[in-house]
Structures are given as C-alpha cells and as structure tokens.
Design a binder for this molecule. Structure first.
Ligand code: TYD
Length: 210
C-alpha cells in the first residue's frame, strides 16, 4: 500500500531545481508533513555509483542508448531502495529529476528515440509514476551560465547549446502530452518569485499538501 505522494522536479541544467526543492520541502515540513528529498541520477548508494559513470568523463563517453540503459538501472535501484520505502512510510517524496529526464536527454535530444525510453520506462517504472511533475522552464543560456560544473560533473553541460535547446523543447513537448501529471513553471526571475509559482501549482494540483 502506497500512501505517500511522489513529486518529480524536471528541467534543463541550471534551471534552479535543487534550490526550489529545498524551499518547497521546507514549506511542507513547516506544515507538519514528512518529506524526503532525493535526486537522479543517484538517490541510493548503488545509483550514486552509476551516477559517477554518467556525469564524468568525455561527452562522447557513452552513446545515448547506453546512457539510457545506465540511467534506468540507477532508477530501478533508486525506486527499490529509496522512493518506494519512503512512500510506504507515507512520506512526500520530492526527486530532483526522474524518467522525463531520460525522455528529454536520451530519447529526444540524444536521439535514442522516445519509443526506446517509453519501453524502458514501462518495464522499470511501471505504475510508480510521479503524482505530479514540475517542469522548470528557462532560456538555455541562463541555465548553462548557472549550472555548477565545479565538481567535475560537467559531461552533459559539455554537449553544447543546441543539445540543451533540444532538451528544453523536449520538456515542453512532454508537458503538452502529459497534462494531468505535468505543470510547466516559469523559472525566470528570483528564487522567491519562482517559489511562489511552485506553491501555487501545488495548491492547485495537490491541495491536500499545503
Ligand atoms: P543533475 O545533477 O540534475 O544536474 P543539474 O543540476 O546540472 O541539472 O543531473 C546531471 C545530469 O544528468 C544532467 O545534465 C542531466 C543528466 N540526466 C540524463 O541525461 N538522463 C537522466 O535520466 C537523468 C536523471 C539525468
């Protein structure tokens, strides 16, 4: 029995996901909710090992198809070890990226194809899809300027502006095709302004939370 709530936060590199997740988690804790924040690639000890393979090294180290296989292996471990146990414990799980990242980065921008990702998604995620997906949208140049590559994790940032424009377009397509699950959040402006937009989306889509 899953009684928690599952929220994913998506968007291009440097759109401010991690900052906004911190703010949202704090608001939810303030009203007495149990919250677990996590991230992909990673979020469990096995998945963090796979993350290292994905985000370091030369930008052409892996093909998009291989990336997809790695990231879905990591996702399965993340689901089994972190997300599903927290849901069973009635927590609100907020993850920085989930399967839409694979559709955007590997399927569409990387060229592995949406069908391949959809197949893996069905196999690996099944019915454990997020209740709500917030897609943070901002111009690509802003995001790349803001992306933190200081930890040697710049492999995706190195793929260039055209790749990241394609990622942004891909997210907008995903949002249009999944209107019940996804909300696009304008991620331009200061942290407080974006946080207010997210709060409004939560109040509308998951009014039991805030
Ligand atoms: P992340 O740590 O969220 O980076 P950022 O904070 O810069 O957005 O993710 C690292 C990279 O992994 C990011 O460039 C996107 C990529 N990624 C994929 O390509 N596919 C996936 O399925 C996931 C989860 C991430």
């Amino acid at each position: 029995m899953m009684s928690g709530v599952f929220i994913s936060v998506e968007g291009g590199d440097g759109t401010g996901k991690s900052t906004q997740i911190k703010v949202l988690a704090e608001k939810l804790r303030h009203v007495g909710k149990k919250v677990l924040t996590t991230r992909e690639p990673g979020g469990s000890s096995g998945a963090e090992i796979i993350r290292k393979l994905l985000v370091t090294g030369d930008k052409d180290r892996w093909s998009s198809v291989t990336e997809a296989l790695l990231v879905f292996a990591a996702r399965r471990d993340h689901l089994e070890k972190t997300i599903l146990p927290a849901m069973a414990d009635a927590k609100i799980v907020i993850t920085d990226r989930f399967a839409d990242s694979s559709t955007a980065y590997q399927g569409i921008a990387g060229g592995a194809g949406e069908e391949m990702i959809a197949g893996l998604r069905k196999l690996v995620v099944g019915n454990h899809e997020p209740d709500l997906t917030l897609i943070l949208d901002a111009p690509v140049a802003d995001g790349l300027a803001r992306a933190d590559v200081s930890k040697g994790e710049g492999r995706f940032e190195d793929k260039g502006e055209a790749f990241h424009q394609s990622v942004r377009d891909a997210y907008l397509k995903i949002a249009k095709e999944n209107l019940k699950r996804c909300v696009v959040i304008d991620a331009t402006g200061d942290v407080e302004a974006v946080a207010e937009r997210i709060e409004a989306a939560i109040r509308e889509r998951l009014p039991q939370l805030l």
